[in-house]
Design a binder for this molecule. Sequence first.
Ligand SMILES: [Zn+2]
Length: 343
Amino acid sequence: MTLNVKIDEIRTKFLKQLKDAKTSKEIEKLKVFYLGKKGSLQDLMQFLKTATSEERPLFGKKINDLKIEITSHLENTLKRLLLDEENIKLKSENIDITLPGRRHFWGRYHPVTLMMNNMIDVLVSMGFSVETGPDIDSDFYNFEGLNFSKDHPARDMQDTFYISDDLLLRTHTSNVQVRTMEKFKPPIRAIAPGKCFRNETISARSHVFFHQIELFYIDENVSFSDLFSTMDEFLTKLFKKEVKTRFRPSYFPFVEPGMECDVECFICSGQGCRVCKDSGWLEVFGAGMIHPEVLKSGGIDPEKYSGYAAGIGVERLAMLLYGINDIRYFTQNDLRFLKQFNL
Ligand SMILES: [Zn+2]
């Protein structure tokens, strides 16, 4: 086969492939196929080897002309295809600025979280540190260590979800008390915020799932009046106004003496309503002086130290603050309800 025939053959094949190429990638492939180190034009070099010295310059020129021709075709086509591709891409990314924007919804805190954070802020500002404990705890930390012996009738006051004989869903965040005493030496001034669970009938006033902040202070010579003044300051700071409270003697196994603190019902201003069961007062927390047996459970000498403790219901206080008359709203996930709390 002569060089001319071979050159014609390559050119014909190339022009056909060039015509068929639809993308810049295909052009790049053609470039490698014809002009690459192992490309078709390189094959033509064998004609130079066998050519006579007169033929050689002519052959070289012919091969070079073909190379220039192919290169020029490839460059032009590549330019055109790249431009086309760019236009297609721009068209597909076209932004219609007349379209209405997408609306983004702001997330917000659940009212219980808001209330709990407010309470924690106030108590931390009063010198309390935040301690936590597990939602699922042993009988010891939830009951036994808090002076509820196995057959103590007071266990019936808190209907409990048991997981096994020894494990339960904590009925109060008081389970953090003994844990904290094991960790630190007095003076201890701590709060324990968290979830609590009780196997109770769900009503406007009570729920199986609620939140509590346990608060306790242990040091030498802690007295009942320390408890009163602390709680008064706490409620005044929290509600940002004077709050009417009353304290009644009550019984909890882990305190001695024990009491309950009532706040005047904000919903009916003491007139009586469904939430306060027509009494005009709402029980917001139980409190008292920590029982010596509880201090002993935590390895603290009750002869030397004394302390007070209070368990404050978060939902109860949120209901007071926001004028909510049914505790069930908190867990119904009704956006109309939840959206109102925008603090
Ligand atoms: Zn009321």
